[in-house]
Design a protein around this ligand. Structure first.
Ligand SMILES: NC(=O)c1ccc[n+]([C@@H]2O[C@H](COP(=O)([O-])OP(=O)(O)OC[C@H]3O[C@@H](n4cnc5c(N)ncnc54)[C@H](OP(=O)(O)O)[C@@H]3O)[C@@H](O)[C@H]2O)c1
Length: 257
C-alpha cells in the first residue's frame, strides 16, 4: 500500500498519538493521517497479521502493539510499556470497538458483555491507565456512532454502548480539564470498513442491510475512513481547543435531516 506522504500541514509534528484499534478501517486511516502530519504514532490491535499489514503501511516510525482494549490488565500493561519507553501522549483516539447486531429476543448475555466490555469498560479503563501519560493540552477522542442517536432496529446493545461514550466525554472532560485535557466524541454514520463483515450477518443479509442503510443517508453514500479521520484530527488538534465534552457527527446527514 501507499507509503506515508508529506503534506503541507504538520499539526502533529513532535507529538505522540495513540490510536487503539489502529490496524484497520477508521483507526488505520486516522493513524495514517496523524503520521502524515508529523506525529509519532502508536497503534494497537489484536490480530497479528492485521497488525503486520498496518506496520507495513505506516512505516518503521510507528510503534505497533498487540493489545486487547477490552482487558484491564492489558490496558495497564500498555501504559507501562509506553512509560518505560519514555513516551508521553498528546492525543489518544479510543477507537477499538466491536459491533454485533441482534434483535431484542436474540441478544444474550455474552453479546451484551462482549459489546460493553470492549466499547465501554475497555474505553474507560484505557483512559484511566493512560491518563498519567497525557501531556498538558492533550486531547482524547472517542469513537462513537450515530447509532447512539437513532432508533435503528437490532442495534440496541451497540447503540447503548456508544451512548455511554457521549456521557464519558462529559464527565471525564470535567475531571481532566484541570490538567488541560479535553475529551470529545466523533460519531460516524455508515463508513465502508471491514467492520461490516463482522456484524454476524450472512452475505445476502449484509448486502440488503447495507443498501437499506445507504438509502437512509441524505448524501446517498457511505462515508470513507479518511473523512472520519479528518474530524478526529480536528478534535485532536489545538485548533479545536474550545470544543469540550461534546460530539461531532459525521454521517452524511443520516441522523440530522
Ligand atoms: N464502520 C462504520 O460504519 C462505523 C460507524 C460508526 C462507528 N464505528 C466505530 O469505529 C470503530 C472502528 O471500526 P471500523 O469500522 O474501523 O472497524 P474495523 O475495520 O473492523 O476496525 C476495528 C479495529 O479495532 C480493532 N479492535 C477491535 N476490538 C479490539 C480490541 N478489543 N482491542 C484492540 N483492538 C481491537 C481491530 O483489530 P483486531 O480485531 O485485530 O483487534 C481493528 O483494528 C469502532 O469503534 C466502531 O464502532 C464504525
Amino acid at each position: 500500500m501507499s507509503a506515508i506522504t508529506t503534506t503541507t500541514s504538520q499539526r502533529f509534528a513532535n507529538k505522540t498519538v495513540l490510536v487503539t484499534g489502529g490496524s484497520s478501517g477508521i483507526g488505520l486511516a486516522a493513524a495514517r493521517a496523524f503520521a502524515n502530519e508529523g506525529a509519532r504514532v502508536v497503534i494497537t490491535g489484536r490480530d497479528e497479521a492485521t497488525l503486520q499489514a498496518a506496520r507495513e503501511q505506516l512505516g518503521g516510525a510507528a510503534l505497533v502493539l498487540r493489545n486487547d482494549a477490552s482487558d484491564l490488565g492489558q490496558a495497564r500493561a500498555l501504559a507501562s510499556l509506553l512509560s518505560d519507553q519514555g513516551l508521553r501522549l498528546d492525543a489518544v483516539f479510543i477507537n477499538a470497538g466491536m459491533a454485533r447486531f441482534a434483535g431484542l429476543a436474540d441478544v444474550d448475555e455474552a453479546l451484551w458483555d462482549a459489546t460493553f466490555g470492549a466499547n465501554v469498560k475497555g474505553a474507560f479503563f484505557q483512559i484511566q491507565a493512560l491518563a498519567p501519560l497525557l501531556n498538558k493540552g492533550a486531547s482524547i477522542v472517542l469513537n462513537g456512532s450515530i447509532n447512539a442517536r437513532i432508533g435503528m432496529p437490532n442495534s440496541s446493545v451497540y447503540a447503548a454502548s456508544k451512548a455511554a461514550l457521549i456521557s464519558l466525554a462529559k464527565t471525564l472532560s470535567a475531571e481532566l480539564l484541570p490538567r488541560g485535557v479535553r475529551v470529545n466524541v466523533v460519531s460516524p454514520g455508515p463508513v465502508h470498513t471491514p467492520l461490516y463483515g463482522k456484524l454476524g450477518m450472512d452475505e445476502t443479509t449484509l448486502a440488503s442491510v447495507a443498501a437499506e442503510i445507504q438509502s437512509q443517508v441524505p448524501l446517498g453514500r457511505f462515508g470513507t475512513s479518511a473523512e472520519i479521520a479528518s474530524t478526529v484530527l480536528h478534535l485532536a488538534a489545538p485548533e479545536s481547543a474550545f470544543i469540550v465534552g461534546t460530539e461531532i457527527i459525521a454521517d452524511g446527514g443520516m441522523s440530522q435531516l
